[in-house]
Write a protein that binds this ligand. Structure first.
Ligand code: FEO
Length: 175
């Protein structure tokens, strides 16, 4: 059982994860149109990961006897001025998600909702990993440079990072 406030907050988090999935799908499409196939593969996988983040909360709410609500998702942007700009937006979005998870953790403490607090620990760790990942990509892009001659190398780098993520997820049995 959840408080009405916690049910509402978790449903809002569902909407946030759902929007992230759509935003990253849109980014994957833009990357593909720029023939940045490594970046596209990375964003398609991230989009799927966000959908799994959304579903995990969905199942939790229903498992504890409340009602998970399928959110309305607003249309994400579909164009970016550069690959660096795109990854800066991803990093900002991930920091916003982390702040939202932190607020949920604080709410669970306040409500002495130990069940939700335990459930959220997975998200705390996941957000730490996602922020590190996005910061690493941005650091590499800044090192390589964002000019037209650099795009090939950026794409190769992001592709290698993506392959590493796929291998790590396979080893962990993560969806
Ligand atoms: Fe589920 Fe990357 O926030």
């Amino acid at each position: 059982m959840l408080s009405k406030e916690m049910e509402k907050s978790l449903n809002e988090q569902i909407a946030m994860e759902g929007y992230a999935s759509y935003l990253y799908l849109s980014m994957a499409s833009w990357c593909e149109k720029q023939t940045l196939t490594g970046c596209a593969a990375f964003m398609f996988r991230q989009s799927e990961e966000e959908r799994q983040h959304m579903l995990r909360i969905f199942h939790y709410i229903n498992d504890v006897g409340e009602h998970a609500i399928t959110p309305a998702i607003s249309k994400p942007p579909h164009k970016w001025s550069s690959i660096q700009g795109l990854f800066e937006e991803v990093y900002t979005h991930e920091k916003n998600v982390s702040a939202s998870i932190d607020r949920l953790v604080a709410q669970s403490y306040d409500e002495k909702d130990h069940q939700t607090l335990a459930f959220l620990q997975w998200y705390v760790e996941e957000q730490r990993e996602e922020e590190v990942l996005m910061r690493t990509i941005l650091d590499r892009i800044r090192l390589i440079g964002d000019g037209p001659q650099s795009l090939y190398y950026i794409d190769k780098e992001v592709s290698a990072i993506n392959q590493k993520q796929v291998a790590a997820e396979g080893a962990e049995g993560k969806q």
